[in-house]
Every structure is written in structure tokens, then in C-alpha cells.
Write a protein that binds this ligand. Sequence first.
Ligand code: 0CG
Ligand code: SF4
Length: 319
Amino acid sequence: MNAPFPTGKRPLHLLIAAPRGFCAGVDRAIEIVERALARYGAPVYVRHEIVHNRYVVDGLKAKGAIFVEDLDDVPDGVPVIFSAHGVPKSVPAAATQRGLEWLDATCPLVSKVHRQAERQIEAGRHILFIGHAGHPEVIGTFGQVPAGTMTLIETEADVAGLQVPEETELAYLTQTTLSVDDTAAIIAAIHERFPQVIAPKAEDICYATSNRQAAVKEIAPRCEMVLVIGAPNSSNSLRLVEVAERSGAQARMIQRGCEIEADWLEDVDTLGITAGASAPEALVEEVLARLRELRTVEAEEIVTARERITFKLPRQLVD
Ligand code: 0CG
Ligand code: SF4
């Protein structure tokens, strides 16, 4: 009897989402570390993972970057870089006080939210901040305003449970890497309960987050499974898993190609692939190589947007 597939491997159709992977803020943050290493020499300290990806962090460690969670772990006399997710104002203030040379790799789109927060407080408003508790971007944004002037909102139920004195003027802002759909529902609940609330002038969820979610919405309904290349502490990557699941596909987050087990694909003829904003294209290539070991792969890229945005580097690093 003839084998159904002469190569012995069943075909696997891949739908590769575009845009995927690195955004302009991640490109800039990594370049800041690389340029700082070239300019000052190793070691250069980085407070928190520069972006939430172990492969990126390990690559920079190999070039002489040292990653710490706390400014107190940075010795005197070495430069320190703040991660793309942003930091409370107290962190650069403490670095300056210690006489440390510091560079800020905060994404300009996160810094924009920081400035909006300051403006709302100057206008005398209380801020409802939609985000995920404990995420470094949330900690950084809360650290832009005096304690007690911002309340974290994670769910629609949080909106219903809010206790706000009658005369309080409210504004809302959001983390940049949230679910577009969940955030829209929370914002609708805020507007319904507080019709006078001040909305941000433009959406705070960043272009990269919303474009990657839209691309997954396009491919996932055609796939039995979607693989999201990203890390479990990467907010924007976690949101891609949710979007794929809500579109009816099975979804798995993976960090490396070698994690893919043959039996995951037993019932899969069409597999979606995407990567979070902090996952490099080298990992997409690694995943494709692993899939080619397992199956006869035909790949198709589905492009739902083109991204041309880039951000300027800090002045100190431009020759
Ligand atoms: O998506 P989050 O904010 O967790 O960050 P990640 O480093 O994964 O991606 C872009 C940035 C900053
Ligand atoms: Fe900036 Fe968005 Fe990228 Fe975060 S995901 S670094 S906010 S562009």
C-alpha cells in the first residue's frame, strides 16, 4: 500500500501573521543598550529586562549588559539604562542623586501616557488607569503622579465597584499593551457610569499592540492552532494568545522552537504563527525550522498592515 505522503510527513499549512514581532519601541530600546555598550564599554547595567524576551536579554548579556531589578543593585560609576516599559519618576531621580549616568529606553508611546497623566493631575482630575496590576508599565505610570491620584481598573467589575466622591472630576488612561476588545468594554462601562469622564485625545493602546491583535483576528479563524512566540511576562504577547482563543483556535505561547512537540500538531492542518512585540524574527525562523523537521510545510504570510514608524534615539547616543 502506498504511504499517503511520499516524504512520510503530512503537509502543514502555515499562516504567518504580519505585522508580528519587534515594534519600533523595542528596536529603539535594544539599540540603546547596544550603543551604550559601544560607547561606554562593558559592563552597562539595565534595570529590568530591556524588553520581555529572554533570547534578547541573553544576547545582550553576552555582549556585556548586566540586568538587575533594582537601582540599588547598580554599582557606582557605571551607566544604567531603564527598560522600554518605563519607570516611576523616583528611579531617574535616585540615579541622578547618586551621580549615575543613566539612559532612558522607555518607549516614547509609554512616555506619552506619562505626560498625559501629569497633565490630568495638573488639571485637578483623578485618573482611572486601565491596566494589569504589577506590570512594570503600570508601576512606572503610577509613579508619575502623587500617591492616591490614580486608581487601577482591571475589569468592568472594578468600574461598577468604584467609590468616587460626587464632585471628583475623572479622566481615564490605559496601559499601551492591552486587549483592544476588553479595553473597549471597560471604557464603555466607564462612560456609562461617569458620562463626564475625560477621555485621552488619542488611543493609548499602541499601534503595535493593536496591529498584532488585528493580524491574529485575520488568521486565527482559519487555523486549528495558533502559536504565539513570546514570553509569559509579555503583556502584548499574552493578549495575542487570548485573541487567537477567542477566534476559535487553540493557542499556545512558546519561547523557543524546540518546545514544539509533534503531538501538538496531530489534529492540525493549518497552523497560525505570530510573535509578540518583543520577540525577534530569529525566533520565528527557529520555529519554522522546527516545524519543517516535523511536517512538510507550506507557508503563507497574511499581511494586514504595514508599519513604518521609527523612534529617535536619546541625544546622548547620537554622534
Ligand atoms: O508587552 P509588554 O509591555 O509586557 O512588554 P514587552 O517587552 O513584551 O514588549 C514591548 C515593550 C516594551
Ligand atoms: Fe512601544 Fe507599543 Fe512597542 Fe510597547 S509594544 S514598546 S508601547 S510600540
